[in-house]
Design a protein around this ligand. Structure first.
Ligand SMILES: Cc1cc2nc3c(=O)[nH]c(=O)nc-3n(C[C@H](O)[C@H](O)[C@H](O)COP(=O)(O)OP(=O)(O)OC[C@H]3O[C@@H](n4cnc5c(N)ncnc54)[C@H](O)[C@@H]3O)c2cc1C
Length: 398
């Protein structure tokens, strides 16, 4: 078995898979390791909002055509706030229809993942090792090695940790990643509805947490209902008709009659930010580096920006004859940590502000929304963030 590579990527979730494709396209020889069988379907009811920069990356990697017919353009976003059954008429309206391109696209996570899995298996420069766990990691001065549970020892100048929020690689490197549990969870499921969504997303800030209605293909929508974990557990225990009634109480008749078409799953919400993105020959990307609230739909987009930035940094290093796992990795950390931490702070602050029932705060929020509505520049900033247009763009995202 081949044991020497340019890059070893641990974790083949969306971010690891796309990082492997980007590395292979840049001419690197890659090993991609996952503890699960990546060809097996995953129980993931979620859909992802793909920012324009992520769409550009998927196009540059030749993945976009494989998603044809499965991506829904998002042209506009409505934002409201209030109590369940009493949404404030004061709402923000980001009119994306004035833009040349949609502000974002929605795609089911499993459809995107399957397209990525097919693509990695078609690349001869990607060696895939699934149902394989890393049992040891040596971050050596000249090369790094990972030992697998099979006993195999793989070497590379650069190891990329894309192994998710509980990253074993981050733990091997003893990189601190303080975590805050919000005591909130998100219930995610799909609905069909009688009134066409028109490509409009809705984000309703309710007192328990945000309730998002995300337009999907074939006139369906993905619901992300965030609430206190106790309320989420209680909702999931309801019989289907009572669960549907609770959903309708929150979304009103914005999409007419609805039917729940997929099994609702819940996901705990946390904030977790690694204190360093690199250490020696190790670089963290995706949820291994940062987990934020899903209210701006940015977690995956941030991970893809990490991967694209890392490829830029190491491609430049290789062009100058430098070690791709050497001191230059610090550039990657500097590039991405500021962007990711800013978004984490923004989503955390919005959640704190809106998930609070205290009356003066509600009044302030309404003032805040009105202020944003009347300030086109601030509104434009929010739209740019959703479109992934802020910060320095890596080559693959142009
Ligand atoms: C409710 C909800 C809605 C969301 N909506 C959006 C959205 O609209 N837009 C968006 O951009 N983001 C969204 N996100 C965030 C997004 O889903 C995540 O940021 C993204 O999936 C992280 O991908 P990843 O590849 O980094 O990690 P993961 O998907 O967790 O993948 C990690 C991979 O590593 C493997 N692994 C783990 N440990 C090991 C090990 N020890 N050895 C080998 N392999 C290992 C796992 O099997 C897995 O394949 C949402 C999140 C939630 C909770």
């Amino acid at each position: 078995m081949k044991t020497q590579f340019d890059i070893i990527i641990v974790g083949a979730g969306h971010v690891g898979l796309i990082a492997a494709l980007a590395s292979a396209q840049a001419g690197f020889d890659v090993a991609l390791i996952d503890r699960a069988d990546i060809k097996a379907p995953r129980e993931d009811s979620r859909a992802s909002t793909l920012a324009a920069s992520s769409v550009a990356m998927l196009k540059n990697l030749g993945l976009w055509d494989a998603l044809s017919g499965a991506v829904q353009p998002v042209h506009d976003m409505m934002i409201g706030e209030g109590r369940v059954g009493d949404i404030s008429p004061l709402s923000l309206h980001f009119n994306g229809q004035n833009r040349d391109t949609p502000m974002a696209h929605m795609v089911e996570n499993e459809i995107l993942r399957r397209a990525c899995v097919d693509a990695v298996y078609s690349k001869s420069s990607i060696t895939i090792l699934t149902e394989a766990s890393v049992t040891d990691f040596d971050n050596g001065a000249d090369t790094a090695t990972v030992t697998l549970d099979s006993g195999a020892v793989l070497r590379a100048p650069l190891i990329v940790a894309a192994d998710g929020r509980n990253s074993a690689m981050r733990r091997f490197a003893a990189i601190p990643a303080p975590r805050r549990d919000y005591d909130q969870s998100a219930i995610v499921f799909n609905i069909s509805h009688s009134v066409p969504h028109g490509g409009v997303a809705h984000q309703l800030f309710l007192t328990g947490g945000p309730f998002a209605i995300l337009p999907m293909v074939n006139n369906t929508a993905c619901i992300v209902w965030s609430d206190k974990t106790r309320a989420v557990d209680a909702a999931l225990a309801l019989p289907p008709p009572a669960f549907k009634a609770e959903v309708m109480r929150r979304m009103g008749d914005v999409l007419g009659e609805i039917e729940i078409t997929t099994t609702p799953y819940s996901y705990p919400l946390t904030l977790q930010l690694a204190e360093q993105y690199t250490q020696g020959r190790l670089a963290l990307i995706g949820d291994a580096a940062h987990v934020i609230l899903p209210l701006a739909g940015q977690g995956l987009n941030m991970g893809l920006r990490d991967a694209a930035a890392l490829i830029d940094v190491i491609t430049t290093a290789r062009g100058s004859g430098l070690d791709i796992g050497g001191a230059i990795l610090a550039e990657y950390g500097q590039w991405r940590r500021f962007d990711n931490n800013s978004l984490a702070t923004m989503t955390d602050a919005l959640n704190l502000l809106f998930s609070n029932p205290v009356a003066p705060l509600r009044h302030l929020r309404r003032l805040g929304l009105a202020a944003v509505d009347s300030l086109p520049m601030v509104g434009a900033f929010f739209v740019s963030e959703a479109a992934g247009e802020t910060g320095e763009r890596a080559s693959l995202m142009r």
